[in-house]
Design a protein around this ligand. Structure first.
Ligand SMILES: [Zn+2]
Length: 238
């Protein structure tokens, strides 16, 4: 089966990372954002197989502010966002920001979810490993809900995602990844609502799921919108 057909089994619409970042750049350029007047931010997993999109964002927008945590969670919070909000160039009296935020999931050439290969290693590997570990814990019926100071990010993942999961329900990895996307977007938007002054700044929120496919990485787009002069505008990413 071709990669495209494998991805179609789970995701209605996917782009290569390069296509996706270029299309979002093009859509935002029409709203006055460009690589001279805008600073990008990214929130993706720490996994090295997720970093290809970071390189594409850098190529298109320049160096981006890094909000990333395990699983792509937005744990940088109001303080992290407030730091980034002092970094944009000021052009025509306005600041401009674009935020890319996404969890990730692997799909192998047989269409198996969560499975990938790692360079130089025989056998199968898992992505996202942090979400897989949490999913296994839920399936075991025992979830540690305390803050482990030697495992801060994973503790926060459990606490945050359990707020989104009905009591007693054990999602599979794909469902858990979609739940993670919802949490990341909600937390980013909450921080934006408290920190960003739309009287001074235009910004865009671009979310989705990064797919570590059999041959390359892809993006399934979710929210893609900009707020320009305080007004929300949907981006056409086609
Ligand atoms: Zn991961």
């Amino acid at each position: 089966m071709s990669s495209e057909n494998i991805l179609k089994k789970y995701f209605d619409k996917t782009y290569t990372e390069i296509e996706f970042i270029k299309k979002t750049y093009e859509a935002l350029r029409q709203l006055g954002f460009n690589n001279d007047n805008t600073i990008a931010g990214k929130c993706i997993c720490r996994d090295e197989i997720s970093q290809s999109i970071r390189s594409v964002i850098k190529h298109v927008w320049g160096e981006a502010f890094n909000f990333s945590s395990l699983a792509g969670m937005f744990f940088a919070g109001k303080t992290g966002l407030a730091a980034a909000m002092h970094h944009s160039p000021i052009a025509d009296g306005r600041e401009r920001y674009v935020f890319y935020a996404m969890p990730h999931i692997a799909i192998n050439e047989e269409g198996r979810i969560g499975i990938c290969k790692r360079e130089g290693r025989a056998g199968e590997s898992i992505a996202c490993g942090a979400l897989y570990a949490f999913q296994k814990e839920m399936a075991s019926g025992r979830v540690n809900l305390t803050m482990d100071n030697e495992d801060v990010e994973q503790s926060l993942i459990r606490m945050r995602l359990l707020r989104e999961i009905p009591y007693g329900h054990v999602p599979d990895l794909l469902e858990l990844t979609k739940t993670t996307l919802k949490a990341i977007q909600a937390d980013l938007e909450t921080a934006i609502s408290k920190v960003v002054d739309t009287g001074k700044s235009n910004y865009a929120v671009i979310t989705g799921i990064q797919i570590n496919g059999p041959d390359s990485n892809y993006v399934w787009p979710a929210a893609c919108y900009a707020v320009v002069d305080g007004k929300q505008i949907q981006l056409k990413v086609e």
